[in-house]
Design a protein around this ligand. Structure first.
Ligand SMILES: NC(=O)c1ccc[n+]([C@@H]2O[C@H](COP(=O)([O-])OP(=O)(O)OC[C@H]3O[C@@H](n4cnc5c(N)ncnc54)[C@H](OP(=O)(O)O)[C@@H]3O)[C@@H](O)[C@H]2O)c1
Length: 503
């Protein structure tokens, strides 16, 4: 595995929440683990004035709270590479001084002209900052050179946060704007879900074992469920959330990425290009949902009032009569030979019964039922089920039927579990850390390609389009907090003869 190159990580949006709560704690964890390049510099850029030391003190307080394994001496060592630069990144005026500061780092710290720009600012600023970076001629080398042979050539890469676009057209427009300045190989569209161990472990589970891949298809798999459920509500993020909703916030981004790992074909090699090529194909094989099928394939909801939090529709900052969904469940079909006829049910919601992110692979019943009439402890055969828990536990569970010891013959489901935390005794790191290191190594395996992002938007647009307005009608307070969403989501499954996995 290539070591990360020396570089300057330039974080635009340095005084923001993401930088303090996620990026810096993640970098600190990676430094403590010895994974960062020794000559890394972190330069935070935002408008308000701060000194290097002032910013370090703010970040120390946050890292203490959010990083695993706080150690004052290790922080001191890490903090010495952190610097601050005050300026408006959307305006060209600050860039000559920024360029000088970067050159100083090259000389004093040996960062070799390598720059990793991180756009941790509001999405409205993405294009302006990319244009200013270009005008200031901070992108000097095609990254194509460096990703192939590190050597002496410098590289410039850019990490873009989500949301990546608001719809299909805006995502394509942002991709074009980025493409005018950076080549695709230098564009890192981040999805922190892909930094979670279990998502990567899915590749190993599928492709390093003999027993799963032969049955990983429509002949043996009845359906797949992908769920991201939260117990908390929107809280004070209404201004952002009311413009976004569950489909944009979770399904289009994170859950379709998880989908891609479940549905993709085996890559030819474990290189970024080969992995991403297969993910692109999986996302693009999603059958477009026709306007008249949207109501049958999608359910939206908004949580009702409870003692903990008021109804979504009544929260301060939510537009009157808002039809933004806090719950969405959609059914997707994949038009390829592997998945023809096996639906993927994808759901996400707030104020649900349990916090979990998981993939459930439900296998078909055995071809011949030799045990017809034999009593079953749970009332009926549920079939084999593989549950891949991504959060909060990192665990994989395989359910199968077994004979209950004793007589007469009775069948019951049993489970085998692999708990990653217990098995390996390693605490999962903040997902951003390994992803940042990957970007410093030039490894895009866990970053999204332009075509994946655009394909994801194509898949969900039918549920967001004006044509989908009927499924948005009367969603206000259509599910209770602490439930599993609107009754219509259960009815959608029941029509298909299936049930949600809510255990
Ligand atoms: N927070 C999260 O957990 C999270 C998770 C996933 C994705 N994201 C995405 O990450 C991005 C940042 O989120 P955030 O929550 O950190 O937002 P935030 O708290 O609002 O921080 C953004 C920062 O950008 C700075 N800024 C604004 N205009 C600027 C300009 N013209 N030039 C330089 N700096 C400027 C602001 O600092 P000054 O006022 O000092 O300039 C502000 O502190 C967003 O795109 C968000 O969607 C965030």
């Amino acid at each position: 595995m290539r070591k990360p190159d020396p570089c300057v990580l330039v974080i635009f949006g340095a005084s923001g929440d993401l930088t303090a709560r996620k990026l810096i704690p993640a970098l600190y964890e990676m430094r403590a683990a010895g994974t960062l390049p020794s000559n890394l510099k972190v330069l935070g850029v935002s408008r308000r004035e701060k000194s290097d030391d002032g910013w370090r003190d703010e970040l120390a307080a946050s890292a203490k709270q959010h990083a695993k394994g706080w150690d004052a001496a290790k922080w001191k060592d890490f903090a010495s590479c952190i610097h601050y630069f005050a300026g408006d990144a959307a305006q060209g005026a600050m860039y000559p001084a920024l360029a000088d500061r970067l050159r100083e780092f090259d000389e004093s710290a040996g960062t070799k002209g390598n720059r990793l720009f991180y756009l941790s600012v509001a999405p409205e600023l993405y294009e302006a900052i990319v244009d200013r970076i270009s005008e200031a001629e901070l992108v000097t080398e095609g990254k194509r050179w460096c990703s192939i042979s590190p050597g002496d050539r410098s590289w410039q890469r850019i990490i873009i946060e989500k949301p990546f676009g608001h719809d299909e057209a805006s995502a394509a427009s942002l991709n074009r704007a980025l493409g005018r300045v950076f080549e695709e190989e230098a564009i890192y569209r981040i999805d922190h879900y892909l930094g979670k161990e279990v998502v990567q472990a899915m590749l190993v589970l599928r492709f390093a074992n003999t027993m799963f891949e032969p049955v990983w298809n429509h002949r043996y798999i009845d359906h797949v469920q992908i769920t991201a459920a939260e117990t908390v509500g929107v809280g004070n993020r209404t201004a952002f959330y009311d413009q976004t909703g569950a489909i944009r916030d979770m399904i289009q981004s994170h859950l379709l990425q998880i989908f891609a790992f479940v549905a993709m074909e085996p890559p030819t090699t474990m290189t970024a290009d080969d992995i991403r090529a297969e993910k692109i194909k999986a996302v693009r094989a999603i059958r477009p949902t026709l306007p008249d099928a949207v109501a049958a394939h999608g359910v939206l909801g908004q949580y009702a009032a409870a003692s903990t939090e008021g109804a979504y529709a009544e929260l301060a900052g939510v537009a009157k009569g808002s039809t933004t969904e806090t719950f969405a469940a959609i059914r997707l079909h994949v038009d390829n030979w592997r998945w023809a006829g096996t639906p993927f049910y994808i759901r996400s919601g707030k104020c649900l019964a349990r916090k979990c992110t998981e993939v459930v692979v439900q296998f078909k019943p055995p071809a011949a039922d030799l045990f017809r009439g034999v009593p079953h402890a749970s009332g009926g055969v549920e079939g084999n089920r593989l549950v891949i828990e991504i959060a909060p536990a990192q665990r994989t569970r395989l359910r199968f039927e077994s004979k209950v010891p004793g007589t007469p013959l009775t069948i019951a489901g049993v489970e085998m579990q692999a708990d990653f935390d217990k098995q390996f005794g390693v605490q999962a790191l903040e997902a951003y850390g390994p992803l940042l290191v990957d970007a410093m190594r030039g490894d895009q395996s866990l970053y999204k390609h332009r075509l994946e992002v655009e394909g994801g938007w194509v898949a969900v647009m039918p549920f967001l389009d004006a044509m989908s307005a009927p499924i948005r009608k009367s969603i206000a307070s259509n599910y209770a907090q602490g439930s599993w969403g609107p009754a219509a989501a259960d009815a959608m499954m029941a029509r298909d003869g299936r049930v949600w996995h809510n255990e």
